[in-house]
Ligand binder design. Structure first.
Ligand code: HSE
Length: 444
């Protein structure tokens, strides 16, 4: 047994994740004591309805979260979710010098500035590994292991619900609506799936990833967001025909800032680089490591100058996997307490500007139903040329009276690509724009 005085922990929330945190802390008490150098003890658990928690010791339960945070604890672990009351409680904890471990992606994505300021005011730790991609060790690698490198791109599948739906559409050919219904029936999608299918959950995670990767403060409002509701069976079929698959991707990357933009730093130096942070469905080649991530799994592909390419893969949600990440953070902050150390602070010194989606370089796949006669391809190609969009590949499959024309572009600004598609849709020779999808994960 350790002779050190215990690290006292307040737990805020005791749902699926909180219950697993209590279980792991209890089951592994001896090991955790040895790893930390002091016992780690929960001294209170704040919940709204104590009678709903028969599996945790009744004497620990309280409905007064504010008093629990104000009590004599060293660490506050928050697994309530949502902005309030979590924000107020965690600010109070940090300002009074209590370390915070949180799984709250929405809070971090919207209020990281004030949380880090509160953490700095007292020197208290703020850890949030469980906020992105559940069990997968990802934020610590970005914050610490890769802190000496220059990350150029982070691209990931960070929402299991949408990945489950898109994988289902890919394997059965069914529509989005049918597959969502099935996912809801099986418990993979929430009764109200908006936060997942419309990309809000992934956008919060993208903001956190971009902030850490590029040493810049990025909030959820900075993230361009498109969900999966408009992904059709035709999009999936078009991707398959080209040896690709459709994924909802969170993409954070460095992009050049054009000279015409004339952006300067506070000191007047020209800004040559910005960041694009976006969530949208995209086609990726079947050979890309992210393509084989199916079902509710998460994976994040990271590219850095010195390290090269890396992929982080695992369970992105669920009680025990998320609790694993919470416990890892808890051990880290408890060790810091025991050894009078401190974890990393906010690193936002680079303050790279966020590029609007319209000015972000992307590539499109466009599938058209066209009349099959002389001059059609040249009319379509002329619209690309007019918008300064370079075509990388064209494939036509003719039928008796009509043809399917598939075009994949080189990179151009998203605004130019969008205008090109709009104009092509209005050409009399184009019967239908069957599928439009961004292409990621390959250079052309
Ligand atoms: N709802 C998320 C998902 C898990 O479907 O992956 C929590 O972020």
């Amino acid at each position: 047994m350790s002779s050190q005085k215990p690290i006292k922990v307040a737990l805020l929330g005791c749902g699926t994740v909180g219950t697993e945190v209590v279980r792991l802390l209890t089951d592994q008490a001896a090991d955790l004591t040895a790893r930390v150098g002091a016992p780690v003890e929960i001294t209170g658990i704040a919940v709204r309805r104590p009678h709903k928690h028969p599996d945790v010791p009744a004497e620990l339960l309280t409905t007064d979260a504010e008093a629990l945070v104000a009590s004599d604890v060293d660490v506050v672990v928050e697994v309530i979710g949502g902005i309030e009351p979590a924000r107020t409680l965690l600010l109070a904890a940090l300002r009074s010098g209590k370390a915070v471990v949180t799984a709250n992606k929405a809070l971090l994505a919207e209020h990281s500035g004030e949380l880090f300021a509160a953490s700095d005011s007292s020197g208290a730790d703020l850890y949030f590994e469980a906020a992105v991609a559940g069990a997968i060790p990802l934020l610590r690698p970005l914050r610490e292991s890769l802190a000496g490198d220059r990350i150029t791109r982070v691209m990931g599948i960070v929402n299991g619900t949408t990945n489950f739906i898109l994988s289902g559409m890919d394997s059965t050919g069914a529509s989005y609506a049918e597959t969502l219904e099935e996912a809801t029936r099986l418990g993979y999608a929430e009764a109200d799936p908006t936060a997942d299918v419309d990309g809000f959950d992934a956008a919060s995670k993208a903001a956190i990833l971009a902030s850490l990767a590029f040493h810049s403060r990025v909030t959820a409002a900075d993230v361009h967001r498109e969900g999966i509701a408009s992904v059709s069976a035709a999009d999936i079929a078009a991707a398959k025909a080209l040896g690709r698959t459709v994924k909802l991707l969170a993409i954070c990357e460095r992009v050049p800032v054009g000279g015409a933009d004339n952006q300067t730093t506070e000191n007047g130096a020209a800004i040559t680089e910005g960041i694009s942070v976006r969530v949208h469905p995209a086609m990726i080649p079947k050979a890309h490591p992210l393509a084989s991530v199916s079902g509710a799994f998460n994976a994040v592909f990271v590219e850095a100058d010195a390290a090269g390419e890396m992929m982080f893969y695992g369970q992105g949600a669920g009680g025990a996997p998320t609790a694993s990440a919470v416990l890892g953070d808890l051990v880290a902050v408890a060790r810091n307490r025991v050894h009078d150390g401190r974890g990393p602070r906010e690193s936002a010194y680079a303050a790279l500007p966020i590029r609007p989606m319209g000015q972000t370089p992307t590539r499109y796949h466009i599938s058209l139903d066209v009349a099959d006669r002389a001059g059609v391809l040249s009319q379509v190609a002329a619209v690309f040329a007019e918008h300064d969009v370079s075509i990388a590949a064209v494939r036509q499959e003719g039928r008796v009276d009509d043809a399917s024309l598939v075009i994949v572009t080189h990179a151009a600004t998203d605004a130019a690509l969008r205008s090109t598609v709009d104009k092509i849709g209005g050409l009399p020779v184009v019967r239908e724009v069957v599928s439009v999808m961004r292409v990621e994960g390959e250079e052309l």
